[in-house]
Design a protein around this ligand. Structure first.
Ligand code: GRG
Length: 291
């Protein structure tokens, strides 16, 4: 029998090339300005794992929805928003990072002005791709509304505001959870809910998929903190607001296992999914030392 890791590997091998092809072919058609296209393409095609579109596809696949180009367009839109967030996060006014995914950050390569505008362009284009797709209009409005809420001033942007304004203070566990849910979890939540909306799942399954999505987001962040733990990795700053600094490394690992179990239970509770192994396999991203 195949392991979950193998299932995920096959799923990635099937869909990442389709996502990458769509993104590379369509970002160049998005503007008449070559500099802007170069800057947006540079970060969009810099080797991201495509975790967010894959999550939407995992939901669609689990319910037997046939994947066509229009769906690839709609589910790839979130990758534009994710990329914009990374470009803006690296700016001198935010994290001031010179590198991203092992390459020069967008602002180092193109300048702060163009990097800011490339981020703005990607953010706006995401909504254009969904709006211009051939999906049912009511579904499109629901997707656009949910994406705006997840990425906007109630979601990711709010998370980033909490992050930049709490750098010099110690957060409680509850405050850290709120920060991470908004900054990172909301976009994952959108991806799962988008898949559920397109697949038209039952209210019961939607509720379970939402639980799965939140578990995935929390697991992502705890795992990230464990990898960045000064004892195991690169981060020198023990003052940072992280799960590891708040809970200790062993408790953080226990918490990660507990959250993954909750997410797997939610998947087990799905009533109408044709397969559940693909969704469960996403938790193998969080095997310590294996991402
Ligand atoms: C600028 C509004 C605004 C928000 C920025 C997401 C974010 C908020 C900042 C990025 C900083 C960061 C490293 C957050 C941790 C979570 C995260 C988004 C990690 C990178 O996601 P992956 O692993 O990246 O999916 P790849 O490179 O695979 O696409």
């Amino acid at each position: 029998m195949e392991t979950e890791k193998q299932v995920l590997g096959e799923f990635e091998a099937k869909y990442i090339p389709l996502i990458d092809k769509f993104l590379s072919e369509n970002i160049v058609k998005s503007s008449t300005n070559k500099l802007l296209i170069d800057s947006m393409s540079y970060s969009l095609m810099a080797g991201g794992k495509r975790l967010r579109p894959l999550l939407s596809l995992a939901v669609l696949d689990s319910y037997g929805v046939a994947i066509n180009q229009e769906l690839i367009k709609v589910i790839s839109a979130v990758e534009l928003i994710h990329t914009y967030s990374l470009i803006h996060d690296d700016l001198p006014a935010m994290d001031n990072s010179d590198y991203r995914r092992g390459k020069l950050a967008n602002h180092v390569k193109f300048g702060d002005d163009i990097a800011t505008l490339a981020g703005d362009g990607l953010l706006t284009l995401a909504f254009e791709w969904i709006a211009d797709s051939s999906l049912n209009s009511a579904v499109k409005v629901d997707l656009i509304s949910q994406l705006a809420r997840s990425a906007g001033p109630c979601g990711m942007v709010a998370g980033q505001v909490i992050d930049v304004s709490s750098e010099d203070s110690s957060l409680t566990l509850e405050q850290l959870q709120t920060l991470d849910q908004k900054k990172t979890g909301e976009l994952f939540y959108y991806c799962v809910v988008a898949g559920a909306m397109i697949a038209k799942v039952s209210d019961h399954d939607l509720k379970q998929l939402k639980k799965f999505a939140w578990s995935f987001g929390v697991a992502f962040q705890i795992y990230d903190d464990i990898l960045d733990n000064p004892a195991t990795g690169s981060d020198e700053d023990v003052e940072k607001n992280t799960y590891v600094n708040l809970l200790g490394i062993e408790n953080a690992k226990d918490k990660l296992a507990e959250i993954i179990k909750q997410g797997e239970n939610a998947v087990d509770n799905l009533e109408d999914a044709k397969v559940t192994v693909i969704l469960k396999s996403f938790f193998t991203y969080f095997e310590i030392g294996k991402r």
